[in-house]
Write a protein that binds this ligand. Sequence first.
Ligand code: FEO
Length: 390
Amino acid sequence: MKKDIYWVGAVDWDRRLFDELIPLPDGTSYNAYLVKGDEKTVLIDTVDPTRESSLIDNLNSLDLKNLDYVVANHAEQDHSGTLPEILRAYPDARVVSTPKCKNLLMDLLMIPEERIQAVEDGEKLSLGDKTLRFIHAPWVHWPETMLTYLEEDNILFTCDLFGSHLATSDLYVTDEATVYEAAKRYYAEIMMPFRRIIQRNLEKIKNLKIDVIAPSHGPAYDDPQFIIKAYNEWVYDPPKNIVILPYVSMHGSTKKMVNHFVGALVERGIEVKQFDLARTDIGKLAIALVDAATIVIGSPTVIIGPHPQAVYAAYLANLLRPKAKFASVIGSYGWGGKMVEHIKDILSGLKVEFFDPVVVKGLPKEEDFEALEKLADEIAHKHEENKLAD
Ligand code: FEO
């Protein structure tokens, strides 16, 4: 990357699922970095245990005489999982982490306590001609996370913060549009629930001179303002004049309602993003949640409640804590049930105003389409009242 600073991580081109939950359409990488000072050498983060051999091979290729420290910015195993092997290979190396991370590394990986050195916020570590400064940055996205700043070279190693699940042979961002999409997906799925705490962490690094942001997933940023500006928008900007409409339809009744409702919203100048939950990439839905002002869930009634796919979408929206201000439910039933109540219960963590739902028996009829028009009017009115940007 620069003199005596090397990328030594692993690119995982073929991984398609993270945490057995998050789709990875473009694979991912586990970035680890080696910094050689004229007195001490440090490895910053390790890699997922499935890619242990890549890290070991990369370190061997550098002909290291010794490794003094391994910085663990984050205890999650995709960055810490190879620590046991590194500590075996380099018996003099000590792990450097926050006190909370130290406890987690002992619990998750059984790293011996005496091999971990806890550092306070702002503490520095001299490597001789290079200096690391540790910046505690909790909740991006676990409680123990920190950032590491290399003072002489103005490089900020951020682990998950500013990352993107993107396998690429580029060390730095070359295709901004592709990285923007991948970083927004990453933010939506991993960081969005901690939006307010991320605001504090952005404040903390605001006055740092940063030439390079080096995250532990996806390419590094040699134009750091590109990702800092994107995060500022995602974290601070009010929601936009957008309705997202995750829906599922078994026999076409809810689908007819969705079709009519989408047309009614578009006629009123509102952007709509609809997702057929039986087919959609759930990551696309997460990305849409970053900006939308209104969430409308469409579901038929299965036995007595919502379709399980609608339950999943509502649960996810509740978990990710987007900035949406309004919500509603549309859908259908055959003989009864509590579909709307269940969905509202699941969304109870969101601070949203609910519009009256539109729920029809069997196929939608003239008066049901009129009710959808009325719901579209109410949404348009509220978006207008809140002066939401397009
Ligand atoms: Fe990439 Fe939270 O680990």
